[in-house]
Design a protein around this ligand. Structure first.
Ligand code: ADP
Ligand code: MG
Length: 429
């Protein structure tokens, strides 16, 4: 992908926008871009630099994202605690072409990484609540105020406010900015690898220092690392990645969203709007609480991934109303005229609250309350789903269960011993 029209190759110390931003290290990448930690000489802060591939279709997508991010930043400044802030944008000419670059505020790990750190066993419910409030506040702003559908909400696209933000606290974080290309230093003999290694070491030491009391670092070799204890970490997060976002009155694509977070109306092509984001939100909340995706559809012999997905939805949420099932442009591919799936005839129903108790070892009360929060958002009829603003009023978000921690630590062992027989059968062949 590092060729004409593709990614721009970046080296540590490279400068952008006439010397204003200096690349420090790679933070991540997506289909269209690479994202770098950069030092902003003007503000003396760290930023995230998203460098788009150069081919025209990527440039166009970046222009759209910049337009969306600008609208977000100017709509209501008080809501910028919940969505990523665009700081600047510019063009950068490189050997592979002209690259549009977005300068974003620097954020921390994604919720997907948080779930991984926690060894896929789900976060404590009080933390899930805090995260849900942030996401819902962001969605209420995007939907209610701006008329914007995110279209790709998922744990990967929600980033924690960095707990160690070097720009806010460079001394404690142990990071000092690199201001020029290391190999340009005649006395140095420093290679990029060395610098990267040093940066990593420094960052690691900084993490260890700051979170000594709350982060257990885990064992060596074959001994699995214990889950990191997340006590005391402020669960504030922001929604990022507006590359697929669209205005409600001019939807771009027919198919939106990442597979596992895709709403039924999108699969059936009934037409979609804000409620499609609400569906993805519910899938994300479930994943935070259990450590596992709510739906992981797979195609099989005689049925497609889409049909499996619809079957999994109905097994968990009950039969789809015939009116909805038969009303989409793709309905005939999956449903007969009675609203039954054509190729998957036997469904094994397992309600959400039972699943939470049986498979994920929630207490009855926790399961009932959490299911009571999620189920309305998973209504097959998008028009019946509550809005983000309505969800924010739900009592589940404002309760605090102290007992959950004991229950959780006790059951984490039990959870690991759940045999295959107890697991929902997700494979049909
Ligand atoms: P894409 O549209 O290509 O998926 P994203 O905007 O999702 O690009 O960014 C790709 C990855 O880069 C993210 O998953 C994340 O790891 C990292 N990233 C993006 N924005 C930031 C940011 N503001 N701060 C820190 N890391 C970021
Ligand atoms: Mg992304």
């Amino acid at each position: 992908s590092y060729r004409k029209g593709g990614y721009h190759a970046v080296r540590i110390g490279d400068s952008f926008a006439g010397g204003r931003y200096i690349a420090q290290k790679k933070l991540g990448w997506g289909q269209f871009s690479t994202v770098w930690l950069a030092y902003d000489n003007q503000s003396s802060e760290y930023v995230a630099l998203k460098i788009q591939k150069s081919a025209p279709q990527f440039a166009e997508a970046a222009l759209h994202e910049i337009e969306v991010l600008s609208a977000i930043a100017t709509g209501d400044p008080s809501k910028m605690n919940y969505v990523v802030r665009l700081v600047d944008h510019f063009k950068h000419a490189g050997p592979n072409g002209q690259h549009l670059c977005m300068v974003l505020e620097f954020l921390g790990d994604s919720l997907l990484r948080l779930i991984k750190y926690n060894r896929y066993k789900g976060l404590e419910l009080n933390k899930v609540r805090e995260i849900c409030k942030c996401i819902l506040t962001a969605l209420d702003y995007l939907h209610g105020k701006l008329g914007l559908i995110h279209s790709d909400l998922k744990p990967e696209n929600i980033l924690l406010n960095s707990t160690i933000n070097p720009s806010k606290d460079p001394i404690r974080s142990g990071l000092t900015p690199i201001l020029e290309r290391p190999e340009g230093n005649p006395n140095g003999g420093v290679t990029i690898n060395n610098i990267e290694k040093k940066l990593k070491q420094r960052a690691r030491r900084a993490v260890a220092r700051i979170s000594e009391r709350r982060v257990s670092m885990g064992g060596v070799g074959a001994v699995p690392k214990p889950a990191r204890c997340l006590d005391g970490i402020d669960m504030r997060c922001k929604v990022v990645d507006f590359g697929n976002a669209c205005w409600v009155d001019s939807p771009i694509a027919e198919e939106i969203q990442t597979r596992q977070y895709r709403a039924p109306e999108v699969i059936l092509q009934v037409g979609y709007s804000f409620p499609a984001d609400m569906w993805s939100f519910a899938c994300t909340a479930f994943e935070l609480a259990t450590g596992e995706m709510m739906f992981t559809p797979k195609g099989g012999q005689g049925f497609s991934e889409d049909e499996d997905h619809l079957a999994l939805m109905m097994e968990l949420l009950g039969k789809m109303p015939r009116k909805i099932a038969t009303s989409g442009a793709r309905s005939k591919d999956y449903f007969d005229r009675y609203g039954d799936l054509k190729r998957i005839r036997r469904l094994k129903y397992w309600s959400l609250d039972r699943l939470l108790v049986d498979k994920y070892k929630f207490s009855d009360t926790d399961a009932r309350e959490f299911a009571d929060f999620l189920c309305p958002i998973l209504d097959f009829d998008p028009e019946k789903r509550p809005t983000a603003q309505q969800c924010l009023q739900h009592p589940w978000l404002n309760m605090d269960n102290q007992t959950h921690e004991e229950v959780n630590s006790e059951s984490s062992v039990g959870k690991m011993n759940v045999g295959m027989s107890n697991l929902k059968i997700q494979l049909r062949n």
